[in-house]
Design a protein around this ligand. Sequence first.
Ligand SMILES: Cc1ncc(COP(=O)(O)O)c(C=O)c1O
Length: 484
Amino acid sequence: MVPLALHLRRSSDASLYRQLYDELRDAILTRRLANGARLPSTRDMASELGVSRNTVMGAFEQLLAEGYLEGKVGSGTYVAHTLPDELLSVRQTVLKDRGAEGPGAGLSRRGAVMAGTQIIPPRRHSDPRPFRPSPPSSDLFPWKLWGNLLAKRWKSAGAGLLSYGESLGYQPLREAIAAYVKSARAVRCDPRQVVVVAGSQQGLDFTARLLLDPGDRVFMEDPGYLGARGAFVGAGASVIPVPIDAEGMNFAAAPGKARLVYVTPSHQFPMGVTMSLARRLALLEWAGRNGAWIIEDDYNSEYRYSGRPAASLQGLDVANRVIYIGTFSKVLFPSLRIGYLVLPPDLVDAFAAARALSDLHSPTLEQAVVTDFINEGHFARHLRRMRTVYEERQSVLVESVKRELDGFLDVEKADAGMHILGWLPKGTGDREITLKARAAGVEAPALSSYAMIPPERPGLLLGYTAFTPREIRAGVRKFRTAIA
Ligand SMILES: Cc1ncc(COP(=O)(O)O)c(C=O)c1O
């Protein structure tokens, strides 16, 4: 009979049966239990471990069925004699070798490029703390109404909503999006050009993979959106930083040609500049002449607090070079993972094929709820309300910073967007300040962390949309203490 130290934890999420099975299997595979060793009776083991006999019998039976044990429960159970030593030693060698090769061994070249990008880390959940730049307010989202729409759809969901949907997106949602971007953003489109995607990020990833070959050059706003840069680098492209001036991306300063240009013309991320009309027309003309694609990421154009939003770049495009990307992450909530592309008509089939290969389509039920939210007028109402709330939150932030951090952080009101820039005194290390702030429980990402070429002036991004005026004021005070 073998004495065995087995550790079962009652606090674990795994059942006792599962824990016992795993422990015994591991003991056999690592040879703590030798071939042919006799196990205690189920009764003894149960009383020793303080578990029910059924739990032990269940684990033994499973191991018998899988060939790890031999004999009969009740009349002596042994570790299988026939578990060949060679098999175990091969397994051990393989495990050792794979361990020695390190993480990522065995990846394809494409896989190694994707895994090595390291531009945006895989997401982990953490509740937003002041002043995380991008999340919308969750305290004022109409959850109850959303829940009612969801329940209504769910109750009447027949085969239409439950079987496979369309790779290009739920047709009524494509129509609702087309109507919205046409009237709100002057996008020129037919619903057939609209493709629903799992957030802008999937749109960027597909666009990069479908339009770029490894080594292709991409002009990218610098500083710019890391999600976009990550998608291009992950596709093997060579990303060329292009500076921003008062008119937006100054692509005339970019060296040579590019296959694709990425811009956020309505509100440059993160600098907040709106691209001038002259620059837009020049960019379109340049792209047409050079056969380059343009991605217009219109991620938060809805939030403009004074004047009218500048119409989209796509609406000015007569050569079908612009891929327009929009998202519901900022205007509804980011975990929804619903965004959209408006494509030149001749690219639609290629995107449908790529989507079918990747994950077939976005969940239909959520798309149907978004459709109802838009078509029943809640979307427009929610946007109007949030514009007022965000404008007020921005004012609270600007006033608080001016009052508490005068001389250290220079801020101005912005007429659009979901964050402001706080300029630091020249020569300050913005990343250092970010770390100090983080230690005090404040999120204030450094401007330089979005840039390939260090910006002339150090700065921080300060988001305000997800925080109440009280949280904003408290955040500013914490920040002041952190840098004191
Ligand atoms: C420039 C830009 N584009 C797009 C997004 C939204 O991405 P997604 O739709 O994948 O949530 C963000 C979010 O922060 C952003 O800053």
